[in-house]
Design a protein around this ligand. Structure first.
Ligand code: SF4
Ligand code: SF4
Length: 439
């Protein structure tokens, strides 16, 4: 089969050269660990510990507080300093459990796991839920809920999102090369929940070594295959990925399961393996530290809760005082107001840049060039939608399909007038979605 893709999209400098050849390095924290109670979509977790309690690595320190929620586990052993308001990577203050690391990494005794073939569907889902796994590509949706659609027999595609289309990030790339077996084992677990599904590893064609390695690893797996995607942004956005692989369209009022698909990213699938095949909860993840202002970019396996400041230090520090810090990728990540914020379940990268290209840009009037329309993967009209958003015309915005925006930022990237299209459309979209939920 040829290369799969969708209409629209852009080809920014991918910046992956900074860190792609750096093998994953384990990093142990020196300072305290900070665990936000809300690291996922849904209700915040309920704390199970109090100031002065001693905790072990792997111990649940906050429990899921509803169906759409997820527990949090300690990633080190130590003493609880308290429940405090701390900065999250997105720059808001949020309630967090703070643990003083005792440096011994004493771990709880995990239950012996049964072979996958002897586990029931309910047992597998419970293990994933109790392990605290959420969509680790950035969405943070609890994985147990995602893997529990109303009609599991109608799911025919499990798509491993191996696109990693965001510039600079190479965490999934290194995971695919260094943890291939764990990734395939995670897919095996998910396929065991959906008897009519096939498992597809969808990889951008600029990662030929991953394609080769995965193809060789799935050669004895009759239900799995590897598909090549055109390397362009936002190839890894869920709707665009589903369309590329299946030619099925998902809109803002649908779930991927409505078109027979479940999409999980690389880090999520690897952690499903650890949870179900090894009985270990989610306590660590791989984070890329990169950008033109990082002295020694790399990919680090870190305990959740470690400060971004420690990551910067481990990557050799800044070359000059940075003008821009981003948690996640440059297209869809958050500008950070402080590096004194913890790595959470959804932190895929920390990027530091010498210049802030967005702040430097001078906005001018629209010249009706239609470039934003050509690149929009949602096939909507960004220039018109941004006008409606600036006029606070919510009805007009919804009527012009503004809710279909996936906030990829492709329109802002190509706009010669430097209009902040994504910001205007994204902000109005979130308001309109909130109002829709209230009705
Ligand atoms: S309108 Fe939304 S989906 Fe379309 S290019 Fe802009 S940010 Fe992306
Ligand atoms: S790309 Fe910018 S200048 Fe061109 S039509 Fe869109 S908003 Fe206007």
């Amino acid at each position: 089969m040829g290369l799969l893709t969708f209409k629209g999209g852009i080809h920014p400098d991918d910046g992956k050269r900074f860190s792609k050849d750096q093998p994953i390095r384990r990093l142990l924290p020196e300072g305290e660990l900070v665990y936000p109670l809300s690291q996922h979509i849904g209700a915040p977790a309920n704390p199970l510990v109090k100031k002065g309690d001693r905790v072990l690595k792997g111990q649940m320190i906050a429990a899921a507080s509803g169906y759409v929620s997820a527990p949090v586990h300690a990633s080190v052993s130590g003493t609880v300093k308290g429940l405090e308001q701390r900065f999250s990577p997105s720059g808001t203050k949020t309630e967090c459990i703070v643990i003083e690391n005792d440096g011994s990494y004493e771990e709880i005794g995990y239950e012996t796991v049964k072979p996958l073939s002897e586990m029931t569907r309910g047992e597998i889902l419970d293990r994933i839920g109790e392990s605290g796994i959420v969509g680790m590509g950035g969405a943070g949706f609890p994985t147990r809920v995602k893997l529990s659609p109303k009609e599991p027999e109608k799911i025919d595609h499990i798509i491993a999102n191996c696109a990693e289309c965001e510039p600079y990030i190479t965490a999934d790339y290194r995971r695919m090369l260094e943890n291939t077996e764990e990734l395939i084992s995670g897919m095996r677990v998910v396929l065991s929940l959906f008897p009519n599904a096939k498992g597809i590893f969808a990889v951008e064609d600029n990662k030929k070594d991953c394609i080769e390695k995965l193809r060789s690893a799935v050669s004895d797996e009759p239900r799995m295959s590897v598909e090549r995607l055109v390397a362009k942004y936002p190839q890894g956005a869920e709707r665009q990925l589903i369309y590329a692989v299946t030619k099925r369209a998902v809109n803002s009022s649908m779930l991927p399961a409505d078109v027979g698909c479940i999409v999980d990213n690389v880090e999520t699938l690897i952690n499903i393996h650890y949870a179900v095949a090894e009985g270990r909860p989610l306590t660590e993840r791989v984070v890329t530290v990169s950008g033109d202002d990082i002295a020694a970019p790399g990919n680090f396996l870190v305990p959740l809760g470690i400060s971004h400041e420690e990551l910067i230090k481990a990557a050799g520090g800044f070359i000059v005082p940075p003008r821009k810090l981003i948690s996640g990728g440059p297209m869809m990540g958050f500008a950070m107001v402080t590096a004194d914020a913890p790595v959470t379940k959804t932190s895929s990268a920390l990027l530091a840049f010498k210049e802030d290209a967005v702040a430097k840009a001078q906005e001018t009037a629209c010249i009706n060039c239609a470039r934003c329309v050509e690149v929009c993967p949602s096939r909507i009209i960004p220039s018109r939608l941004a006008d409606l958003a600036l006029r606070h015309d919510e009805d007009g915005f919804v009527a012009m399909n503004g809710l279909e925006c996936v906030e990829c930022g492709s329109c802002s990237y190509v706009c010669p007038a430097k209009r902040p299209l994504k910001q205007a459309i994204g902000s109005m979209r979130r308001t309109a979605l909130a109002n829709k939920r209230k009705k």
